[in-house]
Design a protein around this ligand. Structure first.
Ligand SMILES: *Cc1c(COP(=O)(O)O)cnc(C)c1O
Ligand SMILES: [Zn+2]
Length: 422
């Protein structure tokens, strides 16, 4: 059963969530008023934000803040969002990657370098939107279960907003990611269990603590929209056009589906020409439930127990898995997965060709792109964008056994010359 929501519902409730008008079920289309809800009251399907976009033009965007808030007219955030304390992420570099293109044998390649965000991953985008919406929805505590980068982003955003934070992480997380979350001095709690255990715990706590906004649980519909800004920025930075091909790493799969949503919205709003594009998904073989479903032609994603160095992508039961399959199949893309050894080689390849040090998720993206190019699935003559979503300084343990100084010498020119073969 579908019901429509009065366009005034949001405003009469005193909520300013910009162009957002309702939450809409991704399964049955049922609409429900904007609130801290994530499951459809009719069918328990996931809810997403539905909009009634006002006048948004290239000029109004270009005149906006130098952050994701330039796209506020396309996000579930208040119109004065830039005036409230937040981390203000976004507008990261889109790098023309000619040396990596040559190494991979493709004509035109770009790297969207999201290591440049405030806590060095794309998670600042989703958390900033979640915080802005949570403030409107009356929350005072920012919380999350995290595979690492989300912990950094939530702890930092809460600190900046003057909010309490409750951040739950698997105790096995990389030391760097634990310290870079703990430094913001919120309540960081390490749980003996994997991410899927931590996620279950968060769902239980979200039901118990009504003033805790778990960014990726009870305010997930708002959080997820933050990923659209990656798609908007790529299009704007290409001079207001869509790329032919984009490669996106998959954890829960939210980012991939929202980059696709962003490209579609830009076309529908006439902000770009609605040219065809293909979305490709990247996973680590040690946690590749979506890739496995894609390859076997299934619509259902079977959960797995993750075992990979790409811990930021190690979600064994990805909530958006089926929607990833839809987006990839509809656009004519593909999904592939790569071994941990290939991930390390991907990190090193990007570093030595472009001077960009990515975390393991970036290694997954580069290595998967290489594999898809070699398999003829990515067209080498069409333009491709790789989403590099996190910084290598947080996953040093993944590369530490593979790289290091060429030699350790006494401070003498002769010794340097000897090492370098002069
Ligand atoms: C969380 C994360 C992703 C993927 O996010 P989903 O939206 O859950 O698929 C990609 N890269 C990095 C570095 C991440 O931390
Ligand atoms: Zn429903």
């Amino acid at each position: 059963m579908t019901s429509t929501v009065d366009a005034q519902t949001a405003t009469t409730a005193g909520l300013d969530l910009g162009p957002a008008r309702a939450l809409s079920c991704r399964e049955c289309g049922h609409q429900t008023p904007l609130a801290a809800e994530f499951a459809c009251p009719e069918c328990f399907g996931p809810l997403e934000v539905a909009y009634d976009f006002g006048a948004v033009t290239r000029e109004s965007i270009e005149a906006g803040p130098r952050s994701i808030w330039r796209y506020r007219g396309l996000l579930p955030v208040p119109s004065d969002v830039q005036d409230h304390p937040n981390t203000d992420p976004g507008l990261t570099r889109l790098v023309k990657a000619d040396r990596l293109a040559a190494a991979l044998g493709v004509k035109s390649l770009w790297v969207k370098d999201d290591t440049g965000n405030p806590t060095h991953s794309f998670k600042d985008r989703v958390v900033a939107v979640a915080l802005a919406a949570a403030r409107q929805l009356g929350f005072t505590v920012l919380a999350c279960p995290s595979t690492g980068n989300l912990a950094n982003a939530v702890a930092a955003a809460a600190a900046r907003a003057g909010w309490e934070s409750v951040v739950l992480i698997p105790s096995s997380l990389e030391k760097a990611k634990i310290l870079t979350s703990a430094v913001y001095d919120g309540a960081l709690i390490a749980v003996d269990g994997n991410y899927d255990d931590v996620n279950r715990l968060a769902t239980e706590l979200a039901a118990e603590h009504e003033d805790w906004a778990f960014v990726n649980v009870n305010v997930r519909p708002y959080y997820a929209e933050g990923s659209k800004t990656l798609g908007y920025e790529v299009a704007e930075q290409l001079g207001w056009r869509l790329p032919d091909q984009v490669v996106v790493p998959i954890a829960s799969g939210s980012q991939l589906t929202k980059v696709d949503k962003a490209f579609r919205e830009l076309g529908e709003l006439g902000l770009v020409e609605a040219t065809p594009y293909r979305v490709f998904g990247a996973q680590a073989t040690g946690c590749s439930p979506v890739s496995a479903a894609y390859k076997s032609g299934h619509d259902v994603v079977q959960p797995v127990k993750p075992d990979t160095i790409a811990r930021s992508l190690a979600i064994g039961a990805p909530a958006d898995g089926p929607y990833v399959l839809d987006a990839v199949r509809r656009t004519g893309g593909a999904i592939e997965d790569v071994t941990d050894a290939e991930v390390v080689e991907g990190i090193r390849l990007l570093a030595r060709t472009e001077g960009i040090f990515a975390e393991t998720a970036g290694g997954v993206t580069v290595a998967t792109a290489k594999k898809l190019i070699e398999a003829g699935k990515i067209d080498p003559d069409a333009e491709t964008v790789l989403l590099i979503t996190g910084d290598g300084l947080k996953t040093l343990d993944a590369v530490q056994d593979h790289i290091g100084p060429r030699a350790t010498i006494k401070p003498s020119a002769a010794a340097v010359n000897e090492v370098l073969g002069f």
